[in-house]
Design a protein around this ligand. Structure first.
Ligand code: CTP
Ligand code: MG
Length: 438
């Protein structure tokens, strides 16, 4: 078997709704299409690859070709291009560039099915919902087909190359096919299409909310580089706290020679950062967690530095971080090409009663990192959102909790230091207790 691959990246992404088609949006600093490309290119079972791009976009890559107006046209042009470069291709794999999380296992399973002699392979998953079939007017439900016989279709889809070519050339132009197996079965109803189990995470980015899902999946896949940092210099703010002191230990264990830990809670960043120059890494673990209903916390009190406890909480968790970043850049605390990491909170994704200041400040911090980290700033800026972590701050708020369900400060610190060594900027990394190695 000689297997070629077509990656479909020529769509305009109308449903996604940005002027830049969704497959070019960066995910952890790399365009979406590159993810599947890398997996396919790196698979030993695949002999040649073409990537179909819109005519308006030129990508410097030997495998780049120009796609068509419809998905079907792009597949057809891709197949022609493959057969031109390698006429002895016997089989072809077609994959949506908008599905970045294709796994090696899925490709392995497809190849195994093709080797067994089937005409084609479809990759599908079970549907958690029932599937309703509508009548011709699309206003009435006609039937609920047996769910156990229903699947949701993903890609890749794989074919005997000759059969796919004939199907694409033979299927009527008028029918609204959404994938290539549909075309094959229309032309060759008796074709044997083997079903292969897909993956829940092999999602297609279709709308904006899929991008948020994709960011979470991409960040989970962050491999643990455990990069040696010998000779590096770092600043850790909030180093007296549970996570902060664990970060200092972790940096030491990785070989960081000089670690500055100025007391940062009160005072001005331009004062507490004074005299520190050109470090490689700045990590801010400063945070403050107070509970309180808005009407209570927002009252003006003489003790609160900025008028109310609500504002103090917001200042420490958000505006102070912005000031730290400004001063770190303007006073050359962090060197060009260096790395800044802030510590957020998983509560940023969802506001809960009693936490309007803390959670909304962390949500603001997350948005700050995503936007500013993607601007031309000369340093990398990323955020780690720890889930529930066993820190003194948390114990004060929530009392004794089941330790099994909490991450330790050491585990969280190790991820924070990993993130500080990554090449990306503007990224958010969520960590949950059960995803951490012990
Ligand atoms: N595709 C393609 N050529 C086209 C249309 C689609 O290569 N003329 C690709 C898309 O780039 C995508 C995949 O086919 O990777 C799946 O299509 P879909 O999710 O529908 O993407 P778009 O067609 O770009 O999005 P929309 O339908 O919302 O416009
Ligand atoms: Mg489409």
């Amino acid at each position: 078997m000689i297997l070629g691959a077509i990656i479909l990246a020529a769509g305009s992404g109308a449903r996604f709704g940005t002027s830049m088609p969704k497959q070019f949006i960066p995910l952890n600093g790399r365009p979406v299409w590159e993810y599947a490309y890398k997996t396919i290119k790196g698979h030993v079972g695949i002999n040649s690859v073409v990537v179909m791009f819109p005519p308006s976009v030129s990508v410097l890559n030997d495998d780049a070709r120009v796609g068509g107006n419809t998905r079907r046209d792009s597949t057809y042009l891709g197949l022609k291009a493959l057969l031109e470069t390698q006429p002895d291709i016997t089989h072809v794999l077609v994959h949506d560039a908008a599905r970045p999380f294709l796994t090696r296992k899925i490709i392995d399973d497809c190849i195994e099915a093709l080797n067994s002699g089937y005409d084609a392979v479809d990759v599908t998953i079970k549907s958690p919902d029932s599937i309703a079939r509508l009548d011709a007017s699309e206003s009435f439900v006609e039937a609920i087909p047996d769910r156990s016989k229903m699947r949701l279709g993903q890609t890749p889809q794989c074919f005997n190359a000759k059969l796919l070519l004939q199907a694409l050339e033979g299927a009527p132009e008028s029918l609204p096919f959404t994938d290539d197996i549909g075309i094959l079965l229309h032309v060759f109803p008796a074709a044997k299409v083997k079903n292969v189990e897909g993956d829940e995470e092999n999602i297609k980015i279709t709308t904006q909310s899929d991008l948020i899902k994709a960011e979470r999946i991409a960040n989970k896949m962050l491999d643990n580089p455990k990069k040696n940092l010998s000779g590096a210099r770092a600043v850790v703010l909030g180093a007296s706290g549970g996570i902060g002191s664990a970060v200092v230990e972790e940096l030491r264990a990785r070989g960081v020679t000089e670690i500055y830990t100025p007391s940062a809670r009160n005072g001005n960043p331009s004062d507490f950062l004074k005299g520190i120059k050109d470090v490689d890494i700045v990590i801010s673990c400063i945070g403050q967690l107070n509970r309180g209903d808005f009407l209570e916390m927002a009252k003006i009190t003489p003790e609160a530095e900025f008028g109310s406890l609500w504002f103090d909480e917001f200042r420490i968790n958000f505006t102070l971080q912005g000031q730290i970043f400004w001063d770190a850049l303007h006073m050359d605390v962090v060197k060009r090409g260096g790395s800044v990491v802030f510590v957020g909170s998983s509560s940023a994704y969802h506001g809960r009663p009693g936490y309007s200041a803390y959670s909304s400040a962390k949500a603001a911090l997350m948005n700050f990192v995503q936007s500013v980290g993607s601007e031309e700033i000369g340093v990398r800026l990323n955020l780690v959102n720890p889930g529930r972590c066993d820190t003194p701050m948390r114990q004060r708020m929530f009392g004794e909790e089941d330790k099994e369900t909490l991450a330790t400060p050491k585990q969280v610190a190790s991820k924070i230091v990993d993130v500080s060594t990554l090449p990306c900027s503007g990224s958010v990394f969520d960590i949950r207790a059960n995803e951490l190695d012990t």
